[in-house]
Design a protein around this ligand. Structure first.
Ligand SMILES: Cc1cc2nc3c(=O)[nH]c(=O)nc-3n(C[C@H](O)[C@H](O)[C@H](O)COP(=O)(O)OP(=O)(O)OC[C@H]3O[C@@H](n4cnc5c(N)ncnc54)[C@H](O)[C@@H]3O)c2cc1C
Length: 358
Protein backbone atom coordinates (compact mmCIF):
# COMPACT_ATOMS: atom_id res chain seq x y z
CA UNK A 1 0.00 0.00 0.00
CA UNK A 2 1.32 3.43 -0.99
CA UNK A 3 0.87 6.29 1.43
CA UNK A 4 0.75 8.83 -1.41
CA UNK A 5 -0.10 8.30 -5.06
CA UNK A 6 0.70 11.41 -7.10
CA UNK A 7 -1.03 11.78 -10.47
CA UNK A 8 0.95 13.97 -12.89
CA UNK A 9 4.65 14.30 -13.64
CA UNK A 10 5.01 18.02 -14.27
CA UNK A 11 6.63 20.43 -11.83
CA UNK A 12 3.64 20.18 -9.47
CA UNK A 13 3.67 16.40 -9.23
CA UNK A 14 7.44 15.92 -9.08
CA UNK A 15 7.89 18.59 -6.39
CA UNK A 16 4.98 17.11 -4.39
CA UNK A 17 6.52 13.63 -4.65
CA UNK A 18 9.89 14.97 -3.48
CA UNK A 19 8.34 16.51 -0.35
CA UNK A 20 6.02 13.58 0.42
CA UNK A 21 8.46 10.70 -0.12
CA UNK A 22 10.26 11.39 3.20
CA UNK A 23 6.84 11.12 4.92
CA UNK A 24 5.68 7.82 3.43
CA UNK A 25 5.74 5.40 0.53
CA UNK A 26 5.15 7.49 -2.59
CA UNK A 27 4.29 6.54 -6.16
CA UNK A 28 4.05 9.09 -9.00
CA UNK A 29 2.26 8.13 -12.22
CA UNK A 30 2.67 10.18 -15.41
CA UNK A 31 0.73 9.39 -18.59
CA UNK A 32 3.34 10.65 -21.07
CA UNK A 33 6.60 8.85 -21.84
CA UNK A 34 8.61 11.64 -20.16
CA UNK A 35 8.26 14.01 -17.20
CA UNK A 36 7.43 17.65 -17.98
CA UNK A 37 5.77 16.94 -21.33
CA UNK A 38 2.82 19.36 -21.04
CA UNK A 39 2.77 22.85 -19.44
CA UNK A 40 6.01 22.18 -17.56
CA UNK A 41 7.90 21.58 -20.80
CA UNK A 42 6.59 24.71 -22.50
CA UNK A 43 7.10 27.56 -20.03
CA UNK A 44 9.08 30.79 -20.26
CA UNK A 45 11.10 29.53 -17.28
CA UNK A 46 11.15 32.87 -15.48
CA UNK A 47 11.34 33.53 -11.75
CA UNK A 48 9.80 36.95 -11.05
CA UNK A 49 8.70 37.06 -7.44
CA UNK A 50 6.41 40.09 -7.87
CA UNK A 51 4.28 38.43 -10.53
CA UNK A 52 0.72 37.29 -9.67
CA UNK A 53 -1.80 37.54 -6.86
CA UNK A 54 -0.67 38.10 -3.27
CA UNK A 55 -0.76 34.37 -2.41
CA UNK A 56 1.33 33.62 -5.52
CA UNK A 57 3.86 36.29 -4.57
CA UNK A 58 4.04 34.83 -1.05
CA UNK A 59 4.70 31.34 -2.46
CA UNK A 60 7.29 32.65 -4.92
CA UNK A 61 9.14 34.55 -2.19
CA UNK A 62 9.08 31.47 0.03
CA UNK A 63 10.48 29.47 -2.91
CA UNK A 64 13.36 31.83 -3.69
CA UNK A 65 15.93 30.21 -1.43
CA UNK A 66 15.32 26.74 -2.86
CA UNK A 67 15.57 27.98 -6.47
CA UNK A 68 18.75 29.92 -5.67
CA UNK A 69 20.60 27.44 -3.47
CA UNK A 70 19.26 23.87 -3.47
CA UNK A 71 21.43 21.35 -5.32
CA UNK A 72 23.74 24.06 -6.66
CA UNK A 73 20.85 26.40 -7.55
CA UNK A 74 18.58 26.63 -10.59
CA UNK A 75 18.66 30.38 -11.32
CA UNK A 76 20.72 32.52 -13.67
CA UNK A 77 20.48 36.32 -14.05
CA UNK A 78 17.99 37.67 -16.58
CA UNK A 79 16.38 40.96 -15.45
CA UNK A 80 13.01 42.31 -16.51
CA UNK A 81 12.33 45.44 -18.59
CA UNK A 82 8.91 47.00 -18.94
CA UNK A 83 8.41 48.99 -22.15
CA UNK A 84 5.54 51.31 -23.02
CA UNK A 85 4.66 53.47 -25.97
CA UNK A 86 4.62 57.25 -25.57
CA UNK A 87 0.79 57.29 -25.29
CA UNK A 88 0.71 54.52 -22.65
CA UNK A 89 1.61 56.48 -19.51
CA UNK A 90 -1.29 55.16 -17.42
CA UNK A 91 -0.67 51.51 -18.31
CA UNK A 92 3.05 52.01 -17.64
CA UNK A 93 2.43 53.42 -14.17
CA UNK A 94 0.00 50.64 -13.31
CA UNK A 95 2.44 47.94 -14.49
CA UNK A 96 5.31 49.58 -12.54
CA UNK A 97 3.21 49.36 -9.37
CA UNK A 98 2.04 45.83 -10.13
CA UNK A 99 5.54 44.48 -10.79
CA UNK A 100 7.27 46.74 -8.25
CA UNK A 101 9.58 48.22 -10.91
CA UNK A 102 11.39 51.55 -11.13
CA UNK A 103 11.43 53.70 -14.29
CA UNK A 104 14.82 54.05 -16.00
CA UNK A 105 15.99 56.62 -18.57
CA UNK A 106 15.18 55.65 -22.15
CA UNK A 107 18.85 55.98 -23.11
CA UNK A 108 19.77 53.25 -20.62
CA UNK A 109 17.05 50.97 -21.98
CA UNK A 110 18.20 51.51 -25.58
CA UNK A 111 21.81 50.70 -24.54
CA UNK A 112 20.66 47.44 -22.96
CA UNK A 113 18.33 46.40 -25.80
CA UNK A 114 19.42 48.13 -29.02
CA UNK A 115 16.39 46.97 -31.06
CA UNK A 116 13.92 49.07 -29.04
CA UNK A 117 12.26 51.62 -31.32
CA UNK A 118 13.03 55.21 -30.14
CA UNK A 119 10.20 56.58 -32.31
CA UNK A 120 7.61 54.49 -30.44
CA UNK A 121 8.80 53.98 -26.88
CA UNK A 122 8.11 56.63 -24.28
CA UNK A 123 8.66 54.83 -20.97
CA UNK A 124 10.88 52.05 -19.67
CA UNK A 125 11.38 50.44 -16.28
CA UNK A 126 13.81 47.76 -15.22
CA UNK A 127 14.82 45.58 -12.33
CA UNK A 128 17.49 42.95 -11.99
CA UNK A 129 15.56 40.61 -9.71
CA UNK A 130 14.15 38.32 -12.39
CA UNK A 131 15.92 35.08 -13.21
CA UNK A 132 15.88 32.20 -15.67
CA UNK A 133 15.02 28.88 -14.02
CA UNK A 134 16.68 25.70 -15.26
CA UNK A 135 13.27 24.03 -15.40
CA UNK A 136 14.33 20.69 -16.90
CA UNK A 137 16.93 20.17 -14.23
CA UNK A 138 14.56 21.24 -11.45
CA UNK A 139 11.98 18.64 -12.48
CA UNK A 140 14.65 15.94 -12.67
CA UNK A 141 16.10 16.95 -9.29
CA UNK A 142 12.67 16.77 -7.63
CA UNK A 143 12.10 13.34 -9.18
CA UNK A 144 15.45 12.10 -7.95
CA UNK A 145 14.79 13.45 -4.43
CA UNK A 146 11.58 11.38 -4.45
CA UNK A 147 13.49 8.29 -5.62
CA UNK A 148 16.27 8.86 -3.05
CA UNK A 149 13.59 8.60 -0.35
CA UNK A 150 12.31 5.30 -1.72
CA UNK A 151 9.62 6.79 -3.98
CA UNK A 152 8.81 5.48 -7.45
CA UNK A 153 8.33 7.81 -10.43
CA UNK A 154 6.86 6.00 -13.42
CA UNK A 155 6.10 7.46 -16.85
CA UNK A 156 3.85 6.01 -19.55
CA UNK A 157 1.12 5.34 -16.94
CA UNK A 158 -2.34 6.58 -17.92
CA UNK A 159 -4.66 6.75 -14.91
CA UNK A 160 -8.07 5.70 -16.20
CA UNK A 161 -10.05 4.75 -13.08
CA UNK A 162 -10.06 5.68 -9.39
CA UNK A 163 -12.29 4.10 -6.79
CA UNK A 164 -12.63 4.34 -3.03
CA UNK A 165 -11.67 1.24 -1.03
CA UNK A 166 -12.37 0.91 2.71
CA UNK A 167 -8.75 1.75 3.63
CA UNK A 168 -7.92 4.18 0.85
CA UNK A 169 -8.00 4.35 -2.94
CA UNK A 170 -7.51 1.97 -5.83
CA UNK A 171 -6.04 3.76 -8.85
CA UNK A 172 -5.92 1.95 -12.18
CA UNK A 173 -3.24 2.78 -14.72
CA UNK A 174 -2.46 0.70 -17.81
CA UNK A 175 -4.74 -2.03 -16.49
CA UNK A 176 -2.90 -2.37 -13.14
CA UNK A 177 -4.41 -1.45 -9.76
CA UNK A 178 -2.37 0.58 -7.28
CA UNK A 179 -3.51 1.01 -3.68
CA UNK A 180 -2.91 4.26 -1.85
CA UNK A 181 -4.00 5.90 1.38
CA UNK A 182 -4.02 9.38 -0.22
CA UNK A 183 -4.15 10.66 -3.79
CA UNK A 184 -2.36 13.83 -4.83
CA UNK A 185 -4.07 15.43 -7.82
CA UNK A 186 -1.28 17.22 -9.73
CA UNK A 187 -2.65 16.57 -13.20
CA UNK A 188 -2.35 20.15 -14.53
CA UNK A 189 -5.10 20.87 -17.07
CA UNK A 190 -6.72 17.52 -16.21
CA UNK A 191 -7.22 18.09 -12.46
CA UNK A 192 -11.01 18.36 -12.67
CA UNK A 193 -11.08 15.22 -14.82
CA UNK A 194 -9.13 13.33 -12.14
CA UNK A 195 -11.52 14.65 -9.47
CA UNK A 196 -14.54 13.39 -11.44
CA UNK A 197 -12.87 9.99 -11.84
CA UNK A 198 -12.48 9.80 -8.05
CA UNK A 199 -16.02 10.96 -7.30
CA UNK A 200 -14.75 14.26 -5.89
CA UNK A 201 -16.47 17.53 -6.73
CA UNK A 202 -14.55 19.33 -9.52
CA UNK A 203 -13.64 22.91 -8.59
CA UNK A 204 -14.09 24.54 -12.00
CA UNK A 205 -10.51 24.90 -13.22
CA UNK A 206 -9.95 26.60 -16.59
CA UNK A 207 -6.98 25.73 -18.79
CA UNK A 208 -5.89 28.86 -20.69
CA UNK A 209 -3.68 28.49 -23.73
CA UNK A 210 -0.43 30.46 -23.87
CA UNK A 211 1.64 30.43 -27.05
CA UNK A 212 5.26 31.04 -27.88
CA UNK A 213 7.21 31.74 -31.09
CA UNK A 214 10.94 31.14 -31.39
CA UNK A 215 12.68 33.66 -33.67
CA UNK A 216 16.27 33.97 -34.84
CA UNK A 217 18.15 36.55 -32.71
CA UNK A 218 16.82 39.92 -34.00
CA UNK A 219 19.30 41.73 -36.24
CA UNK A 220 21.87 39.02 -35.55
CA UNK A 221 22.53 40.55 -32.09
CA UNK A 222 24.02 38.58 -29.23
CA UNK A 223 20.83 38.53 -27.12
CA UNK A 224 22.18 36.40 -24.30
CA UNK A 225 22.40 39.28 -21.77
CA UNK A 226 19.23 41.09 -22.76
CA UNK A 227 16.53 41.19 -20.10
CA UNK A 228 13.07 39.78 -20.63
CA UNK A 229 10.89 42.48 -22.24
CA UNK A 230 7.25 42.92 -21.32
CA UNK A 231 4.71 45.32 -22.85
CA UNK A 232 2.88 47.67 -20.49
CA UNK A 233 -0.48 46.00 -21.19
CA UNK A 234 1.12 42.57 -20.57
CA UNK A 235 -0.19 41.59 -24.02
CA UNK A 236 3.23 40.40 -25.30
CA UNK A 237 6.60 39.52 -23.86
CA UNK A 238 9.95 38.48 -25.30
CA UNK A 239 12.91 36.66 -23.87
CA UNK A 240 16.32 35.40 -25.02
CA UNK A 241 16.60 31.62 -25.09
CA UNK A 242 19.79 29.77 -26.06
CA UNK A 243 20.85 32.32 -28.68
CA UNK A 244 17.29 32.69 -30.04
CA UNK A 245 14.46 35.04 -29.10
CA UNK A 246 11.10 33.89 -27.76
CA UNK A 247 8.05 36.07 -28.23
CA UNK A 248 4.70 35.31 -26.63
CA UNK A 249 1.36 36.97 -27.45
CA UNK A 250 0.54 36.45 -23.73
CA UNK A 251 -2.73 34.82 -24.86
CA UNK A 252 -5.24 33.44 -22.39
CA UNK A 253 -7.79 31.50 -24.46
CA UNK A 254 -9.91 28.97 -22.54
CA UNK A 255 -9.45 25.40 -23.79
CA UNK A 256 -10.46 21.85 -22.96
CA UNK A 257 -7.53 19.85 -21.53
CA UNK A 258 -5.45 18.58 -24.47
CA UNK A 259 -1.97 18.56 -25.99
CA UNK A 260 -2.03 22.25 -26.87
CA UNK A 261 -0.65 23.92 -29.98
CA UNK A 262 -0.35 27.57 -31.02
CA UNK A 263 -3.02 29.25 -33.15
CA UNK A 264 -1.41 30.96 -36.18
CA UNK A 265 -3.63 34.05 -35.99
CA UNK A 266 -3.07 34.54 -32.24
CA UNK A 267 0.69 34.25 -32.77
CA UNK A 268 0.64 36.70 -35.71
CA UNK A 269 -1.32 39.29 -33.70
CA UNK A 270 1.07 38.96 -30.75
CA UNK A 271 4.11 39.26 -32.98
CA UNK A 272 2.59 42.43 -34.49
CA UNK A 273 2.19 43.94 -30.98
CA UNK A 274 5.86 43.11 -30.25
CA UNK A 275 6.99 44.51 -33.62
CA UNK A 276 5.43 47.90 -32.81
CA UNK A 277 8.07 48.31 -30.08
CA UNK A 278 11.22 47.30 -32.01
CA UNK A 279 13.13 48.28 -35.15
CA UNK A 280 13.70 44.71 -36.38
CA UNK A 281 10.75 43.18 -38.26
CA UNK A 282 9.93 39.50 -37.72
CA UNK A 283 10.99 37.78 -40.93
CA UNK A 284 10.96 34.16 -39.79
CA UNK A 285 9.46 32.03 -37.00
CA UNK A 286 11.68 29.00 -36.45
CA UNK A 287 9.22 27.09 -34.30
CA UNK A 288 6.20 27.64 -32.11
CA UNK A 289 4.28 25.90 -29.37
CA UNK A 290 1.63 26.41 -26.72
CA UNK A 291 0.87 25.12 -23.26
CA UNK A 292 -2.12 25.28 -20.93
CA UNK A 293 -1.88 27.48 -17.85
CA UNK A 294 -4.63 26.16 -15.59
CA UNK A 295 -6.34 28.48 -13.12
CA UNK A 296 -8.83 27.93 -10.31
CA UNK A 297 -11.97 30.13 -10.31
CA UNK A 298 -10.27 32.77 -8.09
CA UNK A 299 -6.81 32.26 -9.72
CA UNK A 300 -5.15 31.29 -6.42
CA UNK A 301 -3.42 27.91 -6.28
CA UNK A 302 -5.32 25.07 -4.57
CA UNK A 303 -3.14 23.15 -2.13
CA UNK A 304 -4.38 20.62 0.45
CA UNK A 305 -7.19 18.17 1.24
CA UNK A 306 -10.51 18.30 -0.62
CA UNK A 307 -13.46 19.42 1.48
CA UNK A 308 -15.36 16.26 0.50
CA UNK A 309 -12.51 13.79 1.23
CA UNK A 310 -9.42 14.54 3.37
CA UNK A 311 -7.45 11.79 1.57
CA UNK A 312 -7.83 13.49 -1.82
CA UNK A 313 -5.16 16.19 -1.96
CA UNK A 314 -5.33 19.03 -4.48
CA UNK A 315 -2.05 20.34 -5.87
CA UNK A 316 -3.59 22.38 -8.64
CA UNK A 317 -4.22 25.72 -10.30
CA UNK A 318 -0.56 26.67 -10.78
CA UNK A 319 -1.58 28.93 -13.68
CA UNK A 320 1.36 30.89 -15.02
CA UNK A 321 3.49 30.43 -11.90
CA UNK A 322 3.97 26.67 -11.48
CA UNK A 323 7.76 26.76 -11.45
CA UNK A 324 8.34 29.82 -9.38
CA UNK A 325 5.92 28.64 -6.68
CA UNK A 326 6.72 24.90 -6.68
CA UNK A 327 9.27 24.68 -3.85
CA UNK A 328 6.95 26.42 -1.34
CA UNK A 329 3.67 24.98 -2.68
CA UNK A 330 5.01 21.43 -2.36
CA UNK A 331 6.40 22.18 1.09
CA UNK A 332 2.97 23.47 2.13
CA UNK A 333 1.35 20.25 0.92
CA UNK A 334 3.77 18.21 3.04
CA UNK A 335 3.22 20.52 6.03
CA UNK A 336 -0.55 20.09 5.80
CA UNK A 337 -0.28 16.30 5.48
CA UNK A 338 2.15 15.94 8.38
CA UNK A 339 0.54 18.53 10.64
CA UNK A 340 3.69 20.69 10.68
CA UNK A 341 3.20 24.45 11.01
CA UNK A 342 3.67 26.30 7.73
CA UNK A 343 6.05 29.21 7.28
CA UNK A 344 3.33 30.99 5.25
CA UNK A 345 1.09 33.63 6.85
CA UNK A 346 -2.57 32.97 7.72
CA UNK A 347 -3.97 35.08 4.86
CA UNK A 348 -1.91 33.16 2.30
CA UNK A 349 -2.90 29.82 3.82
CA UNK A 350 -6.59 30.75 3.64
CA UNK A 351 -6.21 31.87 0.00
CA UNK A 352 -4.65 28.53 -1.00
CA UNK A 353 -6.88 26.24 1.08
CA UNK A 354 -9.32 24.09 -0.99
CA UNK A 355 -11.91 24.56 1.78
CA UNK A 356 -12.60 28.03 0.35
CA UNK A 357 -14.65 26.34 -2.38
CA UNK A 358 -16.68 24.22 0.07
C1 LIG B 1 3.93 29.49 -22.49
C2 LIG B 1 3.99 29.34 -20.99
C3 LIG B 1 4.86 30.14 -20.25
C4 LIG B 1 4.98 29.95 -18.87
N1 LIG B 1 5.93 30.67 -18.19
C5 LIG B 1 6.13 30.43 -16.87
C6 LIG B 1 7.18 31.07 -16.17
O1 LIG B 1 7.94 31.86 -16.75
N2 LIG B 1 7.34 30.78 -14.84
C7 LIG B 1 6.53 29.90 -14.19
O2 LIG B 1 6.71 29.68 -12.99
N3 LIG B 1 5.53 29.27 -14.84
C8 LIG B 1 5.31 29.51 -16.16
N4 LIG B 1 4.31 28.88 -16.82
C9 LIG B 1 3.38 28.05 -16.05
C10 LIG B 1 3.94 26.70 -15.73
O3 LIG B 1 4.51 26.13 -16.89
C11 LIG B 1 2.81 25.84 -15.16
O4 LIG B 1 2.21 26.50 -14.06
C12 LIG B 1 3.30 24.50 -14.68
O5 LIG B 1 4.10 23.88 -15.66
C13 LIG B 1 2.13 23.60 -14.31
O6 LIG B 1 2.69 22.39 -13.88
P1 LIG B 1 1.79 21.13 -13.59
O7 LIG B 1 2.70 20.06 -13.13
O8 LIG B 1 0.63 21.51 -12.76
O9 LIG B 1 1.14 20.75 -15.03
P2 LIG B 1 1.74 19.88 -16.23
O10 LIG B 1 3.15 20.20 -16.50
O11 LIG B 1 0.78 20.03 -17.36
O12 LIG B 1 1.70 18.41 -15.67
C14 LIG B 1 0.50 17.70 -15.46
C15 LIG B 1 0.77 16.28 -15.88
O13 LIG B 1 -0.34 15.46 -15.49
C16 LIG B 1 -0.37 14.40 -16.42
N5 LIG B 1 -1.67 13.74 -16.38
C17 LIG B 1 -2.88 14.29 -16.63
N6 LIG B 1 -3.85 13.36 -16.57
C18 LIG B 1 -3.24 12.18 -16.28
C19 LIG B 1 -3.71 10.85 -16.10
N7 LIG B 1 -5.01 10.53 -16.22
N8 LIG B 1 -2.80 9.87 -15.83
C20 LIG B 1 -1.47 10.18 -15.70
N9 LIG B 1 -0.99 11.43 -15.86
C21 LIG B 1 -1.86 12.43 -16.15
C22 LIG B 1 -0.13 15.09 -17.76
O14 LIG B 1 0.32 14.19 -18.73
C23 LIG B 1 0.90 16.15 -17.38
O15 LIG B 1 2.22 15.75 -17.70
C24 LIG B 1 4.16 29.01 -18.20
C25 LIG B 1 3.30 28.21 -18.94
C26 LIG B 1 3.21 28.35 -20.31
C27 LIG B 1 2.30 27.45 -21.09
Amino acid sequence: MNDFLVIGGGIAGTSAAARLAPLGKTLLLEREPALGYHASGRSAALFEANYGLDSTVALSRASADFHANAQGGFLSPRGLMLVAKADDAAAFEAACLDLNMDPIPLSRAFDMVPILNPDMIGYTAYHEEAYDIDTDREIQVFASIARDHGGAVITGQDVTAIRRAHSGWIVTSNGTDHEARSIVNAAGAWVDEIARMAGIKPLGFTPLRRSMARLPAPGGHDVSRWPMLIGAHEDWYAKPDAGKFLVSPADEDPQEPHDAWADDMVLAEGLARYEEHVTTPVTRVESNWAGLRTFSPDRNLVIGPASDDPFFLWCAGQGGYGFQTAPAASRLLADVVSGRPSELDATTLAALNPQRFA
